[in-house]
Design a protein around this ligand. Structure first.
Ligand SMILES: NC(=O)c1ccc[n+]([C@@H]2O[C@H](COP(=O)([O-])OP(=O)(O)OC[C@H]3O[C@@H](n4cnc5c(N)ncnc54)[C@H](OP(=O)(O)O)[C@@H]3O)[C@@H](O)[C@H]2O)c1
Length: 178
């Protein structure tokens, strides 16, 4: 079965971006000499499912950041909204999380990185996330876009690892109880 995996950073008060999508508070705390495990994580991943808003943010970076295929979940974008130079790297899908995961499984994908707050929330609600690596940045930003949202039932997690970095970042890994 194909599995969903989260690797994301939040402010100490639980936000992944400011209300306007700004993540400068995160980028400015990144220490290039400190290995937070992203490169090892991405090597285990067949591709990424990201929400439309995360995709739009990624398009503002100087260059395309992702080294694996990306599927953008959106009901408002179509393939023609993907810039020409990314057409062999990015696809748009309006399938439901479960149907998209089934399609990817048929295509031979095994491990999918799920990214974007609303997107992670919807995959969690459908029980499509196996584990989460959450890096907490020691900053309070007051308001913004939440990593987690409303649920109809509690989701229990098992803490499998925690490490603290000299920069003050704390990274915790959780398995989702099924
Ligand atoms: N801190 C970090 O590590 C980190 C990581 C990733 C992203 N971010 C930031 O987070 C922000 C974006 O997160 P976000 O929570 O606002 O949105 P998001 O999850 O990136 O995108 C949400 C959009 O995805 C589309 N979508 C389609 N199907 C969906 C589904 N089943 N569930 C959820 N969304 C679906 C919808 O777009 P349509 O309206 O087009 O249908 C929805 O508006 C950006 O600013 C990004 O930079 C931060």
């Amino acid at each position: 079965m194909v599995t969903g995996h989260v690797f994301i950073a939040t402010s100490l008060d639980g936000f992944i971006a400011k209300p306007d999508g700004d993540i400068e508070w995160l980028i400015s705390r990144d220490d290039p000499n400190e290995d937070h495990g992203y490169n090892d994580f991405i090597k285990t991943i067949d591709g990424i499912i990201m929400g439309r808003r995360t995709f739009e943010k990624a398009l503002t970076f100087d260059s395309w950041f992702y080294t694996v295929p990306v599927i953008v979940l959106s009901k408002t974008l179509s393939e023609s909204d993907v810039p020409e130079h990314l057409r062999n790297k990015v696809q748009v899908s309006n399938l439901s999380p479960r149907n998209l995961m089934s399609q990817l499984e048929k295509g031979g994908w095994k491990r999918v990185y799920i990214d974007g707050g609303q997107t992670i929330q919807s995959f969690l609600r459908e029980n499509l996330i196996t584990d989460l690596v959450i890096t907490t940045v020691p900053v309070l930003i007051g308001e913004g876009l939440r990593l987690f949202g409303s649920l109809t039932d509690d989701i229990s997690l098992i803490l499998t690892k925690t490490r603290a970095f000299p920069s003050g970042l704390v990274q915790s890994e959780y398995k989702v109880c099924k």
